[in-house]
Design a protein around this ligand. Structure first.
Ligand SMILES: *[C@@H]1O[C@H](CO)[C@@H](O)[C@H](O)[C@H]1NC(C)=O
Ligand SMILES: *[C@@H]1O[C@H](CO)[C@@H](O)[C@H](O)[C@H]1NC(C)=O
Ligand SMILES: CC(=O)N[C@H]1CO[C@H](CO)[C@@H](O)[C@@H]1O
Length: 285
């Protein structure tokens, strides 16, 4: 019997707490082949149960929620076959390891090359307005007080794009400033497919204009790579970004999240001069 050490609580690791319980309550003798014997003698009995063979590291745990579900990660993990706008090939290689310990470097040092509108990401006004781009309205200028605060998660009707009619139907009260729109994109798991799908759900031009004219929404979250439908790609973005007071977060992971009000926390990188950035977004109950 091998018992591995690690931060996780996966099936191959006995946590210290479990080990203590076993110590306290087990009437059976300890397994003689326990890895405990390889642990440093100064460690206490409980942690000895989780010791590792030399050089072995338990696999890390990858989580979608933390603290028993209180914190929900609504960002997608970056990987090579995540979708890329208008491509069938996915994102492809974006991570390299030019400094490698296997090659004699003192540490591993990776390099990333990524289109800034990849995966879960934010758009700055310069994305669709050349004069805003030139004036410096990059992701570093986005208002963190818009990107962080109470947010409403809503489901939109699955049989339509987000038109003015749909926006009206949703009855989002005045005073609500952050809304995450869950659409058919989530049901279709489009963010999990390598091939770009142009039939995704998004805002039509009239839907975007309706939102600007009739709501207080300043943070829009959506569950595929673009907030705007493919047919209204430019016009919807223009309507939403023109006043520079609305922030668009795209490619959110909204499956398995209950409808309701959360505290949203989204933080873009401070990429000077970039009109978009990967963004980490979480919801806190
Ligand atoms: C190690 O160095 C060689 C020669 O420079 C290079 O071709 C190889 O890709 C490197 N390997 C890694 C893992 O960085
Ligand atoms: C949304 O619009 C796209 C075209 O931009 C279309 O392919 C798609 O079918 C529409 N979605 C719905 C649910 O009507
Ligand atoms: C932490 C990290 O990046 N480790 C990498 C170090 O480099 C080797 C290859 O030489 C990788 O296998 C590790 O994953």
């Amino acid at each position: 019997m091998t018992i591995k050490k690690g931060g996780g609580t996966g099936p191959h690791c006995l946590t210290s707490v479990m080990a203590v319980l076993i110590l306290l309550f087990s009437l059976l003798p300890l397994p003689s082949s326990s890895a405990a014997s390889s642990a440093h003698p100064s460690y206490d009995g409980a942690t000895q149960f989780c010791s590792l063979a030399a050089g072995e590291v338990a696999a890390p745990e990858r989580r979608e929620v933390y603290d028993g579900g209180r914190i929900i990660d609504i960002s997608h993990r970056f990987h090579e076959s995540m979708p890329s706008f208008e491509s069938d090939e996915g994102v492809g290689q974006f991570l390299w390891l030019p400094e490698s310990m296997k090659n004699g470097s003192k540490a591993n040092g990776s390099v990333v090359k990524l289109h800034v509108h990849t995966g879960t990401h934010v758009d700055a006004p310069g994305h669709f307005f050349q004069h805003y781009f030139e004036a410096g309205y990059d992701v570093d200028t986005l208002d963190l007080s818009v990107l962080n605060g109470p947010a409403l998660l809503v489901d939109v009707p699955r049989d339509k794009n987000i038109t003015a009619e749909v926006m009206e139907f949703l009855h989002i009260p005045k005073g609500i400033t952050r809304v995450l729109f869950r659409t058919l994109n989530t049901d279709r798991k489009l963010m999990l497919k390598k091939e770009f799908d142009s039939t995704y759900t998004g805002f039509t031009e009239d839907g975007a204009k309706w939102l600007v004219d009739n709501t207080d929404i300043k943070l829009i979250g959506i569950d595929y790579l673009s907030v705007a439908t493919y047919d209204d790609l430019i016009t919807s973005h223009l309507a939403l970004l023109e006043n520079r007071d609305i922030i668009i977060v795209e490619g959110l992971k909204l499956g398995d999240v209950k409808l309701g009000i959360y505290s949203v926390h989204c933080l873009p990188l401070r990429l000077l001069g970039a009109e978009g950035s990967p963004i980490r977004c979480i919801l806190i109950k």
